[in-house]
Design a protein around this ligand. Structure first.
Ligand SMILES: Cc1cc2nc3c(=O)[nH]c(=O)nc-3n(C[C@H](O)[C@H](O)[C@H](O)COP(=O)(O)OP(=O)(O)OC[C@H]3O[C@@H](n4cnc5c(N)ncnc54)[C@H](O)[C@@H]3O)c2cc1C
Length: 205
C-alpha cells in the first residue's frame, strides 16, 4: 500500500499553500497530493473568466506536471477520498485504492449552498465552484440569450459580469435591499449597482 509522510487532500489554495509550507521545512519527506478533480491545480477565482472565455484554457492552471515534480510530490487526479481510518492512518479512495499516511491534511474546501427555494431542485440550474461547473456554464451560455443569477454576493456579481461579457442579458436577483450586502454600505453598493446596470445588467433586490 502506498505510504506518505504527508497526505494532502485537495489541490486548491489551501492544499498548495500547505505543500509549499511543508517543503520549506521538510525537503525530503514524501508528500502525496490528491484531488477528486480531473485537472491540474487551479484557482476557483479564475472561473468567472473561464465562463466568458476572458482567460485562455492553457492559462487556467496554477501548477503543471513539471512544477509538481519540482516539489517532489506524488499528484493524483480523479482521486476522491471517501473514508478515513484514523486509528490505522489509512484512507480509502472511491476507486477502492487505499493509502497510508503519517500526517493527513483535509484541504477539501466548501460546496455551494443551495437556498431552500421551492421548485429549485426540479429546475435546470448551474453553480460555479469547480472548473467543470465553469466549462458547463460556458457551454450553456453559448446557446443562451439571457440568464438569471441568484445572489448578489462576490461570486454572483462576478459571474453576472462575465455572463454579460459572454453576450447574455443578465438579471441578478438579491433577497436583501442592496448588492454585495455585508461588503459595502448602501452608498457604495448603490454606485456598484449603477455601474453594473450601465453594462446591461438589471439588478432586482
Ligand atoms: C467563482 C469563484 C470566485 C472566487 N473569487 C475569489 C476572489 O476573487 N478572491 C478571493 O479571495 N476568493 C475568491 N473565491 C474564493 C476562493 O476561491 C476560496 O476561498 C478558495 O478557493 C478556498 O480554497 P481551499 O483550498 O480551502 O478550497 P477549494 O478551492 O474549495 O478546494 C478544495 C479542493 O478539494 C477537492 N476535494 C473536495 N472534496 C474532496 C474529496 N473527498 N477527495 C478529494 N478531493 C476533494 C475539491 O475538488 C477542490 O479541488 C472565489 C471562489 C469562487 C468559487
Amino acid at each position: 500500500m502506498p505510504q506518505s509522510k504527508y497526505l494532502i487532500v485537495g489541490s486548491s489554495h489551501a492544499g498548495l499553500s500547505a505543500l509549499a509550507a511543508i517543503r520549506a521545512h521538510d525537503k525530503e519527506g514524501s508528500i502525496t497530493l490528491i484531488t477528486q478533480e480531473r485537472h491540474f491545480p487551479y484557482s476557483p477565482t479564475i472561473l468567472p473568466y473561464v465562463v466568458s472565455s476572458q482567460v485562455k484554457d492553457e492559462d487556467i492552471f496554477l501548477m503543471d506536471e513539471d512544477e509538481l515534480a519540482g516539489h517532489a510530490v506524488t499528484f493524483k487526479q480523479g482521486a476522491k477520498l471517501v473514508s478515513v481510518d484514523a486509528a490505522s492512518r489509512k484512507v480509502r479512495l472511491e476507486s477502492g485504492e487505499a493509502l497510508e499516511y503519517e500526517n493527513l491534511l483535509l484541504a477539501t474546501g466548501a460546496e455551494p449552498a443551495l437556498p431552500p427555494i421551492s421548485g429549485l431542485r426540479e429546475t435546470p440550474f448551474h453553480v460555479l465552484r469547480t472548473l467543470e461547473d465553469a466549462l458547463r456554464l460556458r457551454k450553456a451560455a453559448q446557446d443562451a440569450k439571457s440568464a438569471i443569477v441568484l445572489g448578489a454576493g462576490l461570486i454572483g456579481m462576478h459571474a453576472a459580469e462575465n455572463l454579460s461579457k459572454a453576450g447574455l442579458q443578465v438579471t441578478v436577483v438579491e433577497a436583501l435591499s442592496q448588492v454585495l450586502p455585508g461588503y459595502f454600505d448602501e452608498t457604495s453598493s448603490g454606485m456598484i449597482q449603477n455601474i453594473f446596470s450601465s453594462i446591461c445588467l438589471s439588478v432586482v433586490s
